[in-house]
Design a protein around this ligand. Structure first.
Ligand code: NAD
Length: 497
């Protein structure tokens, strides 16, 4: 069976430990590879390589860094098919969806291609007599990324292109469930001309993560994953003096007002709830039907949920693939069962679905629950599967209050044909990313991505301008080139004349 090794200092590195984990094909339920699970000594090796590489990469020219990014971007285009197949086979998502995440991740590389522009400092002439001030930003050193299974290429791409273009070196700990895409990315960086040791991949689980969080030579940690682990990462890494950006889980609500085009809204809710089998941090898991929108919306949603074709990700006719593991499948089934037991109406029931020829695959069909209430477990918990719950509200104010009372605040959307409600919604809702008639409002790479409340621990959103700020620190220089005439030291606090 294939072993997926680490990538350290420009080569595949066999693990120092013998611990391994299984990598499945979720569509067949079969194990297809083992992945090495790093010990702290493996993390040490990667950090040592990154520390050495930083000595020259941290001083490399903007021109050189930009050229590597352009070359890397071209290689991502050339290898899109291969990457999409790898992602689909380990994650289960359909190939087109895998292409989507490659494209959205590549856009961050495109942003990083413009690093010379975004890293420009500022200059103030003559702030005092013969005195100028300028500011510039410098890289931090070795940065690390810890990423979730659900976007095996896009989420790491939110982090490392920015870090590396800013002059840092990087150690990535991808999800142990679908690690192969990161290995190919490492090879593409090498082909793009990135020097050895600038980008390293260490595979592993909690042992590797905790070694990263404690490591004295790592300056900053980026994390994306579930909220409990985001809190752990934030607490432990800040305790060891690192910068941390930590993005957590989500429960995203889409509000549908009676004046919305219901067919349009239901189309988008269906795609946003069941695409990638609901395993997106921006998936819509709660539909909020306002007033008389309710019955009609649920009727259209029911029809559309039945139309979703579930099958293996490499079958072009599939709309939705399996979930990531058998345990995830059980969790989804239990969530629907508990919803029913606690009073929700199961309008579409995906629990019994099997896919012919793939009976052992981790498939579960789309489920639609109506009359969900905030007290139910199916509402409170992040199910992270293809389950859409509909909550009924009387007014838009009630819908906003519902969203604001939820502990998560990643994404939300409103469907309406009226600007007044849309404006009120975007101003009053306590959520970081908002869509108006757009169900999955993932910001473009030149904005930053981040939720509020339990969806983002700490205060730093990811990529875009915030990513550049996170991966650099500023210096402000006050300078004077005087014809020295003064003979007496002035002990007053300096003021500008
Ligand atoms: P996860 O939290 O289980 O794992 C994320 C990473 O943390 C992995 O690399 C994993 O190896 C590591 N990890 C897991 N358990 C750990 C522990 N006890 N100690 C230290 N490290 C540990 O998340 P997942 O299941 O891979 O991904 C799904 C979650 O990620 C969902 O909650 C989803 O909402 C969230 N997510 C959020 C965003 C966002 O932008 N906010 C984006 C994608 C995914």
């Amino acid at each position: 069976m294939k072993t997926i090794e680490h990538w350290i200092n420009g080569v595949a590195a066999p693990a120092g430990s013998t611990r391994t984990g299984p990598v499945y094909n979720p569509a067949t339920g079969e194990q297809q590879a083992v992945v090495s699970l790093a010990e702290p000594s493996d993390v040490d090796m990667a950090v040592a390589a990154a520390t050495r590489a930083f000595q020259s990469w941290g001083n490399s020219s903007l021109t050189k860094r930009t050229r590597v990014m352009f070359a890397f971007r071209e290689l991502l285009v050339q290898h899109e098919d291969e990457l999409a197949r790898i992602i689909s086979s380990e994650h289960g998502k359909v190939i087109d969806d895998a292409r989507g995440e490659i494209v959205r991740g590549r856009e961050v590389v495109e942003y990083a291609c413009g690093i010379a522009e975004v890293l420009k400092g500022s200059f103030s002439d003559q702030v005092s007599q013969d005195v100028d001030v300028h500011s510039f930003r410098q890289p931090l050193g070795v940065c690390a990324g810890i990423t979730p299974f659900n976007f095996p290429i896009m989420v790491p791409l939110w982090m490392h292109p920015i870090a590396i273009a800013c002059g840092n070196t990087f150690v990535l700990k991808p999800s142990e469930r679908d690690p192969t895409a990161s290995r190919l990315v490492a090879e593409l960086y090498a082909e793009a001309g990135l020097p050895d040791g600038v980008f390293n991949v260490v595979n592993g689980d909690k042992v590797a993560v905790d070694a990263i969080l404690d490591h004295p030579d790592i300056a900053a940690v980026s994390f994306v994953g579930s909220t409990p682990i985001a809190k752990h990462v934030h607490e432990r890494a800040t305790a060891s003096g690192k910068r941390v950006q930590a993005l957590g889980g989500a429960k995203n609500h889409a509000v549908v007002l009676p004046d919305a085009d219901l067919e349009f809204a239901a189309n988008h809710l269906t795609a946003a709830a069941f695409g990638s089998a609901g395993q997106r941090c921006m998936a819509v898991s709660v539909g909020v039907a306002v007033g008389k929108a309710g019955d009609d919306l649920v009727e259209v949603l029911e029809r559309k949920a039945h139309e979703v074709k579930v099958g293996p990700g490499d079958d072009a006719s599939s709309d939705m693939g399996p979930v990531i593991t058998k345990v995830a499948r059980e969790r989804v089934i239990n969530a629907v069962t508990s919803g029913a037991e606690q009073g929700a109406t199961v309008v579409v029931d995906g629990r019994g679905l099997t896919v012919e020829g793939h009976e052992e695959g981790f498939f579960v069909g789309p489920s639609l629950l109506d009359h969900v209430t905030p007290g139910m477990d199916a509402y409170r918990e992040e199910i992270f599967g293809p389950v859409l719950g509909v909550v009924r509200c009387d007014t838009v104010d009630e819908a906003i209050a519902l969203i604001n009372a939820n502990p998560y605040g990643n994404g939300t959307a409103i469907f309406t044909s009226g600007g007044e409600a849309a404006r009120k919604f975007q101003r009053e809702v306590k959520v970081g990313m908002i869509g108006v008639n757009v169900p999955i409002p993932v910001p473009m790479s030149y904005y930053s991505f981040g939720g509020w409340k339990d969806s983002l621990i700490g205060d730093s959103p990811i990529h875009g301008p915030e990513g550049v700020r996170f991966h650099t620190r500023a210096k402000v220089v006050t300078s004077r080139w005087p014809q020295l005439k003064s003979t007496v030291a002035d002990l007053h606090f300096p003021t500008h004349r």
